[in-house]
Design a binder for this molecule. Structure first.
Ligand SMILES: Nc1ncnc2c1ncn2[C@@H]1O[C@H](COP(=O)(O)OP(=O)(O)O)[C@@H](O)[C@H]1O
Ligand SMILES: [Mg+2]
Length: 268
């Protein structure tokens, strides 16, 4: 039977009362799969991930993670749940004053009582998995952007999480490093039997590694399907996004109520 480590049902969420960010939104993430969440900036993708990691809770609707209703959990239970979730955030920087070793070992020291000799072995294994065994003594400023992102990946994997949340992990990477990172995400998902949610703007890469795509606009899911289905959709908003067109349902202008001409005192 198919199980869903993440099951979000009809959630509504606002940071401020008067401005709804997520609007009656539902997603289901099947075990073992990599599911992408795509959509324009400000559509609410990061906000959705924050619901899944228990950082914020919805005003209405249900967020089930590993079959548990997040809203009903107390602080202690949420912390326990978080240990089973690996997170790689958009600007997930390394601790700059710590070596690669200390960065990757961080959560192992924080959350386990393992002896240093075992931690050393685990760190070596995690670094080896991302192709960076031997960099233990290096400092973050000695790493290239792609290497730093892979160390962050090793760090996020340290506690063998069952669920991985990636928020735009490819931002700022050159095409080769980007492919390396994408390939690693796929490889680790399979090898460790993980389930992954990947926020990305990179259509080509998603086509290669993800099983399913949810497409968001203005706090709602406006399209969903396999990468091929999304790629060939006739939905105008999705097509505009894929083709990077300026004109279409998405507007780049801020939706202000101020009238520009009136503001400048010119007649339109
Ligand atoms: N901590 C916050 N407090 C208030 N508003 C926020 C906060 N984080 C994001 N927002 C607002 O929520 C909306 C969605 O943001 P976000 O989830 O970051 O979008 P995305 O990740 O799709 O670019 C934006 O309008 C943003 O300004
Ligand atoms: Mg974001």
């Amino acid at each position: 039977m198919q199980t869903y480590p993440v099951n979000v049902k009809n959630i509504t969420f606002a940071y401020d009362e008067d401005c709804l960010i997520l609007k009656n939104l539902s997603i289901q993430i099947p075990k073992g799969k990599i599911v992408a969440i795509m959509g324009g900036s400000g559509s609410g993708k990061t906000t959705l991930l924050r619901q899944i990691s228990g950082q914020y809770t919805p005003q209405s609707g249900i967020v089930e993670v590993f079959g548990q209703d997040i809203v009903a959990l107390n602080e202690k239970k949420i912390l326990e749940l978080r240990k089973r979730i690996g997170v790689l955030f958009q600007f997930g920087a390394l601790f700059t004053d710590m070596s690669v070793y200390d960065n990757v070992a961080f959560s192992l020291k924080e959350h386990t009582n393992l002896p240093e000799s075992i931690i050393q072995k685990i760190v070596a294994m995690k670094l080896n998995a991302v192709g960076l065994f031997g960099t233990q003594e290096m400092m973050p400023q000695e790493l290239s952007g792609g290497m730093a992102r892979r160390v962050a990946l090793a760090r996020a994997m340290a506690l063998d999480p069952e669920l991985m949340l990636y928020d735009e992990p490819f931002t700022g990477l050159d095409p080769i490093s980007l492919n390396v990172a994408a390939m690693l995400i796929k490889k680790l998902n399979t090898a460790l039997g993980q389930t992954s949610i990947l926020i990305t703007h990179d259509i080509e890469t998603s086509m290669k590694i993800v099983d399913y795509i949810y497409f968001m606009a203005d706090g709602q899911i406006i399209a969903k399907g396999t990468p091929t289905e999304i790629h060939t959709t006739t939905n105008p908003a999705v097509r505009q996004f894929i083709q990077g067109k300026v004109d279409g349902p998405f507007h780049y202008e801020y939706p202000t109520k101020l009238d520009y001409n009136q503001y400048l005192g010119v007649k339109s």
